[in-house]
Design a protein around this ligand. Sequence first.
Ligand code: BGC
Length: 750
Amino acid sequence: MNKMLNKTILFLLVITVFSCKTESNSSAKTSNDTPFDAKVDSLMNLMTLQEKIGQTVMYSGSGTITGPTVNTNFRTYIKEANVGAMLNVYSTKATRDLQKLAVEETRLGIPLLFGYDVIHGFKTIFPINLGLAASWDLEDIEKGSRIAAEEASAVGIHWTFAPMVDISRDPRWGRISEGAGEDVYLGSEIAKAYVKGFQGDDLSKTNTILACAKHFVGYGAAQAGRDYHTVNMGMDELRNVYLPPFEAAVDAGVETFMTAFNELNGVPATANKFLYRDILRDEWGFNGFVVTDYTAINELVEHGFAENEKHATELAIKAGIDQDMMSSANRLYLEELVNEGKVDEALINDACRRILLAKFKLGLFDDPYRYIDEQREKDVIYKPEFLEAARKSAAMCSVLLKNNDKTLPLDKNQTIALIGPLVKDKENILGNWGAAGDRTGKAISVYEGVQEYLADSKVAFAKGCEIEGDDTSGFTKAINAAKTADKVVMVMGEDYDMSGEAASRTNIKLPGKQTDLIKAIRKAVPKKQIVLVLMNGRPLDLSEEDTLADAILETWFPGTSGGYGVADVLFGAYNPSAKLPVTFPRTLGQVPIYYNMKNTGRPIPDHDPHEDYKSHYLDAPNTPLYPFGHGLSYTTFEYSDVELSSETIGFSDTLTATATITNTGDYDGYEIAQLYVHDKVGSITRPVKELKGFQKIFLKKGESKTVSFKLTAKDLEFYNLEEFRVEPGEFEIAIKGTSDFDFEHSFTLE
Ligand code: BGC
């Protein structure tokens, strides 16, 4: 009772002495002076060292398991003021229960922060992130993350561990599904859109949540595509490819960062001073807080970088890491390390200060329960307009990879055979990191989507086979279904947990007997058009399928309203506009393969791809099956009249590049126009092509529009191993609808 009273008095003291209403925060990057500094100071003056360390500790509740099983007495630790944040607690009941423990049963009653992986939706699940990137629609991505924040915040979640802004060029790596693909520019723009969507413009609003840029850095470059594996990369790649999306997130005001599991050039990210102190804090001026990935401090021992967990704790805090997710390291060793003089208490003060600041920004000291709102939960979860937005996203993210002889869109007057293990699926369709999404019935299957367009009597269904396994007993029924219908639509792909964390593959073909089933049907109905609808979390090797199917629609895992969105595309209610954010190889042997590669000293000549002593393969071309930026429409677009405002620009000038785009086909539709440049000579070599801008435009059939891009010297900057610089010289430039083209125009910077 006495303890409770003390706590209340202290809490009120902090709040009233420095009473100023929670107000709109500035971004983490620019928040050197915040309206909350005095409050944080006053609170910290009351805190013991142990209580400050408590703020730097995070534990997982018993909801979703997102890492190795670690049993913790988190309830006890919360009551002892040894916990600052929880993850994987995501119902109003559970968040309220634990918040009560922190607020009512600790001396100072400091509220907990609740974090969760709200990656592509909370309840209403949007397409997986690689799919979202395929929309190239920043507004839609921002809107989707705004919706995710609306839903998650209502149950008491204050913080999402997203966006994952790791560039990846390796389809073996299962987490390629969580990112925006292979490109620096697209990835950076998308990173900003997510941050804006989650955080909104005012963190004190109860429907906005903290975002987290992860995993800093290089995680997507794991050797051999194996998750958690070693990363070695030079400064060119690190500075020019892997770091920019993180800097973009900082520019957008991201409040938190998460460390990566991997080592980078011999130093594990979670103990990497160069990354956190030199780059993140000193160079980029980031003032938010950094959380480790799950048990990453303890893992410094397995990495062979720390002698034991205590040593690991010392290394992590010294490197600039503020919060420990699931290692128990800070809780067990930090105080001892301070007492032994090995860790300066100032480091703990810094970490605690940053974490408390985030709590003040969220308004948790005004009311620790303000996000936990059963009524709001009822109102917002699966709101019809959210489900509708998810449907649109699913359509906007579906990439039409191939469409021979106008196989698509489907004709409502024809009959179809719907075949494949994913036709009626309501589980995998959410993809990995499905958060609190319902995999047992809420999602709309492709079958249900098709039912909106075709009466059941016009659809013959057969599963044919499972996603994995050798069972071919369903082939006959599938073949018979194909024989009865005008067209065949096969819905196939991966299981949702074949991508995501710890889900790398050494084989990126369609699993199980699926390709054999397509072959069997092709053989049985050689003249019928076959549409392959794919759900998968990575670029697949589709070389065989490309020869078997007349049309291929890549829908990734399209989410809760996925079946509707996919059917909208299949029947032409939405004319596909998505473009690949990542290259699809012809064979795994080409990996890593990406459009913005370097030329080498022996590039293969166009006129003879097999010329000896050139950089090529003996058994496959260098070119991908489907390049970055590729994506068809039901209409066709023609690019013409490319014009540059000048052939020469100075360092302070702006170049305007324009092109006319004409819809030359039979449907209205969106086109994503892409601006590429090539810096022909540099003090370090430059990629053969680099995306520098894009625009999504709508054109009615027959209509023409002019797109215009502005380019300044700053856009041509790169890191040359010593510094960021822009170098004079000749640059090639193009505006196209894919990355697969030859340059025809150039300008000079002088
Ligand atoms: C993942 C993170 C995730 C964390 C918390 C880890 O295993 O690497 O991306 O945010 O778990 O669930």
